[in-house]
Design a protein around this ligand. Structure first.
Ligand code: FUB
Length: 313
């Protein structure tokens, strides 16, 4: 299991991970063809201490075979709750090998989830994470390389992909408010600006620039955008005053782990803050076979996150 999105509903912690496996026709490349996932399971904790609680596997809750528009590759998902319904958001390649956003619905947090017949209109790229505040739902998304974000500008597909280089501003992730019915976008997605201390956008050659795996949480009235730096293998964060940003870069949350990818979520539960993430230690370093981990996340008195050493065992 990988890419954990975590939520606490009615006092219980639910984990919505990707489900890695090793296909027979295995290919590994920069496009991420080795992440050829085909279903989702939901996990929950039987207790309020993630370090000691029993993990319950609620079984398969959505299969690629049940999604009418499916091509391949179910990557990182997230779930939001509204009016007693649970909406699972997942990236999946359509039959033209283009990542789109799919939605599946359940009456229960543990699923099963019933997929909508079509992908969300105007959607693209990967790693959709939803943050709710005052009844509004903000979705953060995007991922470079295999995540296809470099194929888009101003929400339109480019004729040729363009990845900024050197001192050009790094490619930004996107944020969009969801529609009332939770099945589409209420507005055009906007770029998420991550600025340095001088107010300048992080540049493409900055090892701490955005790559994928957006997550949003709120702490002491501030909005914490966290993300993976992909090919430089850090989890980093930036802080802003509202869900749209801009966000000021603050630092590294976690140094590189075993395995190429790094992906996480941050949640308050049982009176503490937790970082859920994955690494490839149990598979002996196979990047496409990842396992979930959790550790406590701490802040200093100024709200800075104390960095965690990526664990190697
Ligand atoms: O799990 C497939 C992809 O790998 C995710 O979508 C990325 O965030 C990375 O973890």
């Amino acid at each position: 299991m990988a890419d954990p999105s975590v939520h606490v509903w009615d006092g219980k912690l639910y984990i919505y991970p990707s489900h890695d496996w090793e296909p027979a026709d295995f290919v590994e490349n920069d496009n991420g063809d080795h992440f050829n996932m085909k279903d989702y399971h939901v996990l929950s904790l039987n207790g309020d201490d993630p370090m000691t609680s029993e993990v319950v596997d609620h079984g398969k809750v959505l299969d690629v075979a049940d999604i009418p528009w499916a091509g391949r590759q179910l990557w990182d998902c997230d779930v939001a709750r509204k009016n007693g319904k649970y909406y699972m958001y997942y990236p999946l390649k359509d039959r033209n090998d283009i990542f789109r956003l799919g939605v599946a619905i359940s009456d229960k947090p543990e699923g099963p989830f019933i997929p909508q017949p079509d992908p969300v209109r105007g959607s693209y790229s990967i790693d959709f994470a939803v943050f709710e505040e005052d009844g509004e739902y903000y979705m953060y998304f995007g991922g470079l390389w295999g995540g296809q974000l470099q194929r888009y500008k101003d929400n339109k597909a480019l004729e040729s992909a363009y990845l900024p280089e050197g001192k050009e501003p790094a490619l930004p992730s996107r944020v969009v408010r969801l529609s009332e019915d939770m099945l589409g976008f209420a507005e055009e997605p906007k770029p998420v600006q991550i600025l340095d201390e001088e107010g300048q956008p992080l540049t493409a050659d900055n090892p701490y620039r955005f790559f994928e795996a957006s997550w949003m949480h709120k702490y002491n009235g501030k909005y914490y955008l966290s993300y993976s730096t992909g090919d430089t293998h850090y989890l980093c964060y930036a802080v802003g005053d509202n869900p749209y940003g801009p966000f000021t870069y603050k630092g590294v949350i976690m140094t590189p782990v075993v395995g190429w990818t790094t992906h996480h979520s941050i949640v308050e539960f049982g009176g503490k803050w937790w970082l859920f993430h994955h690494d490839s230690v149990p598979s002996g370093g196979k990047t496409w076979l990842r396992s979930l981990k959790v550790c406590e996340l701490q802040y200093d008195e100024n709200g800075n996150i104390l960095p965690i050493e990526g664990l190697d065992e």
